[in-house]
Write a protein of this length. Structure first.
Lengths: 114, 117
């Protein structure tokens, strides 16, 4: 079975631009979460979606937004990019987003801001 | 608010040595879940184990074992007879209810393990 897939793998943008990252969950998983991982740090929670609705949001500015589609795939959008947005963006899926369900991660999208 | 502390930033061991990775957590919730993930150089986070707050039984899986002690808020991870393939960054994480049906996963900063042949 395919795991969580993310695209693109790498992305280079300049300050002020906008970016869209994509994620397809494991088949049968209805919850998708997004994390930002800065070099040398643990992943930081950005969003959780379940059944197309936002369930949780981390401490990130409004420049970050996301949505989940009827097929449970998800997009993360970041507007007005800053140098500090350079990071590995990880998508994770779980069956229903419950706390006891392990989240399974994709390989991530490495975003570099010049 | 939840917090996970992994005090060891980097550890180096020689192959076949045992190594223990420490994890201390903070939460006000009585029901929570603890996880360990492995992140090899390729970047993908690999789920290793989950432990419920109401289940303090220790667990062994092959060369891996986990020691959960609620009294000290610790969830330590031991690799026995380490191998080069164990080289990775290991993250401890805590999942607790954060409102509106959301369970937020809070990670520690990770411990980079290097196993030297």
């Amino acid at each position: 079975d395919a795991g969580v897939t993310q695209s693109p793998t790498h992305l280079i943008k300049t300050r002020g631009q906008q970016v869209t990252l994509r994620c397809s969950p494991i088949s049968g998983h209805k919850s998708v979460s997004w994390y930002q991982q800065v070099l040398g740090q643990g992943p930081q929670f950005i969003f959780q979606y379940y059944e197309k609705e936002e369930r949780g949001r981390g401490n990130f500015p409004d420049r970050f937004s996301a949505r989940q589609f009827p097929n449970y795939s998800s997009e993360l959008n970041v507007n007005a990019l800053l140098l500090g947005d350079s990071a590995l963006y990880l998508c994770a899926s779980s069956l229903a987003g419950q706390g006891n369900q392990p989240q399974h991660f994709g390989d991530g999208t490495r975003l570099s801001i010049l | 608010a939840q917090k996970v502390t992994q005090a060891q930033t980097e550890i180096s061991v020689v192959e076949k040595e045992d190594v223990t990775l420490d994890c201390v957590y903070e939460t006000r919730d009585t029901t929570y879940y603890l996880f360990w993930y492995k992140q090899p150089p390729s970047g993908e986070l690999v789920f290793l184990i989950r432990r419920n707050s109401f289940d303090e039984q220790n667990e062994i899986s092959g060369r891996y074992s986990w020691n959960f002690q609620k009294s000290t808020s610790s969830f330590n991870f031991t690799i026995t007879a380490s191998q080069v393939v164990d080289s990775a960054v290991y993250f401890c994480a805590l999942s607790a209810y954060s409102g509106a049906g959301s369970y937020q996963l809070t990670f520690g900063k990770g411990t980079k393990l290097s196993v030297i042949p």
